[in-house]
Design a protein around this ligand. Sequence first.
Ligand code: GLN
Length: 280
Amino acid sequence: MQALSIRELLAGHRALPGDSPRLDAELLLAHALGKPRVYLRAWPEYQLTDTQLVRFRQLLQRRMRGEPIAYVLGIREFWSLDLKLNAFTLIPRAETETLVETALAHFDETAIRALDLGTGSGAIALALASERPAWRVEAVDIVPQCIFAASANADRLGLTNVHGIVGDWCHSLAGNYRLIVSNPPYIDPGDRHLEQGDLRFEPRAALVAAEHGMGAIKQIVPQAAARLEPGGWLMMEHGYDQRRACGDLFSRAGFIDVKCLPDLAGNDRVTIGRRPAEPS
Ligand code: GLN
């Protein structure tokens, strides 16, 4: 095999798809070498061994076929936490940080029991657990491989206050929670974005819900109402055009102080509501 240096290999980055080909090429090369990205700057003349070259080309091919960089690397940063992903977990999104920020703004350090429904890689549960060490955060997913990923992430990050549970929304839970958060599937099955970009490679079950994307939210809202302590909060991520439908479901389930918050791009993204406190 012809010996190639880091500099020479990175010069070919323009063949990669997407809007950050140079960065992606660097991430893939660093991954193939098992080194941090700064290594590439420090040793541009380093010539790869045959094994390293084969590994790099395999990663490159996956990316060339359009596979998201987060799946090729098997990792994505969320809330400054490096999360390992697998084929069953959604890629954590920047807009989901709105949900984390909203939860943290409503609750201080005081120990509470919190629940994350449809946890996937554990992104939301782990972000909350890292910011609020005194909380007990339970993380539910119906897909065992997601609970495996979330629990492995919790172990790696040393977050012992996260507990993974395989279950169908609230069906296998006992007791009540002070806070329930969820980023459920909410995309309409007919949405043409599903055939484009990264979405093509993500698990449909984590993205798509029947009834114009409202099917999962419709199940979760009343179940969550029954699992919250009086005065407890439900906080739900949803599509930019689901504010009305979501707000109606919250009100019908008896939630008060219902409001919708925008994400950083200004889209309606998170609806929150509170269970009334018991009359004293
Ligand atoms: N926000 C994601 C998207 O529109 C969807 C995530 C979800 O369905 N929970 O790509």
